[in-house]
Design a protein around this ligand. Structure first.
Ligand SMILES: Nc1ncnc2c1ncn2[C@@H]1O[C@H](COP(=O)(O)OP(=O)(O)OP(=O)(O)O)[C@@H](O)[C@H]1O
Ligand SMILES: [Mg+2]
Length: 260
């Protein structure tokens, strides 16, 4: 059974892409067949996995989704790139911005990503979707296509006001388009254990949500190596295998596996 997980937050810069890379490769290291889908016009996920110029690629997620919107037949495996750490990647590109605006002209404009993923479910154990809130129609597509959502939460000032818009989006899409959508859990990111602010924000989020949302025990620390690894197209397990970032993402991976 394939599980489709969106790494999602309405707030930018909270560690979505970093989590997609290191959870995805973490799952592959545990023997799972993993596809990462880059629903971001900046294609940060693709760049983090070593694709230097995603917009120079001929066939990306943009072309796939455009064909599906136009009801054309596609080969669902076309354009998928194998990364040497054992995951597959469907890259994004800058043209996703244009696609996002045209999707509202299509009757099936909310469900093209869902349709694409349906064609690939048998091929993978996990499909992780990395996205960007700036893409309006595509953000709906992401939540419409996912079974569950992992929400990275920055351990800093005002985390709760940043979480609420994400929860509202999930609720809205669940009601309208995807009744089985669930929040898989919150994961704290960029945690700096030296600051009381970080500890206070973790406590505040736990007090507000822990009785109805899972909060992963694994907390991702702020670690320079996590910020540096993407420039080398590597996961944290390869870039800094003994560091605290690798340890934390490994622990998160095991928690996600335990949810199966
Ligand atoms: N735990 C961490 N410690 C230190 N730096 C981190 C950590 N996680 C992510 N970063 C860095 O912080 C920045 C934002 O992270 P990332 O790109 O994963 O966030 P995002 O939510 O995907 O952002 P966007 O909304 O722009 O897509 C990046 O430069 C990344 O390398
Ligand atoms: Mg990102």
């Amino acid at each position: 059974m394939c599980r489709v997980i969106a790494i999602s937050s309405n707030k930018g810069g909270v560690g979505k892409t970093t989590t997609a890379v290191n959870l995805g490769i973490g799952l592959a290291r545990n023997g799972k067949r993993v596809l990462l889908i880059d629903v971001d016009a900046q294609a940060d996920l693709s760049k983090s996995l070593g694709i230097r110029n995603p917009s120079g690629l001929e066939y990306t997620l943009t072309e796939v989704l455009q064909s599906i919107a136009d009801n054309e037949d596609i080969d669902p495996k076309a354009g998928i790139i194998r990364h040497d750490e054992g995951v597959d990647l469907m890259p994004g590109s800058i043209n996703l911005v244009a696609l996002d605006t045209t999707l509202s002209n299509y009757k099936n404009g909310d469900s093209v990503l869902w349709k694409y993923i349906e064609m690939l479910r048998d091929e993978y154990d996990y499909i992780l979707i990395d996205s960007k809130p700036a893409l309006v129609k595509l953000s709906v597509n992401v939540l419409a296509a996912a079974d569950s959502v992992i929400i990275p939460v920055l351990a800093e000032y005002l985390p709760i006001s940043n979480i609420e818009p994400t929860i509202l989006s999930v609720r809205l899409v669940k009601r309208r388009l995807n009744h089985k959508l669930e929040v898989e859990g919150f994961v704290f990111t960029m945690f700096d254990k030296r600051t009381t602010l970080a500890k206070e924000s973790v406590t505040a989020v736990k007090n507000a949500y822990a009785d109805h949302v899972k909060i992963f025990d694994s907390i991702i620390p702020r670690a320079n190596s996590l910020a540096k690894a993407p420039a080398f197209g590597e996961s944290i397990y390869k870039f800094d295998p003994r560091g605290k970032g690798a340890e934390a993402y490994e622990a998160l991976t095991l928690e996600v596996l335990a949810n199966e």
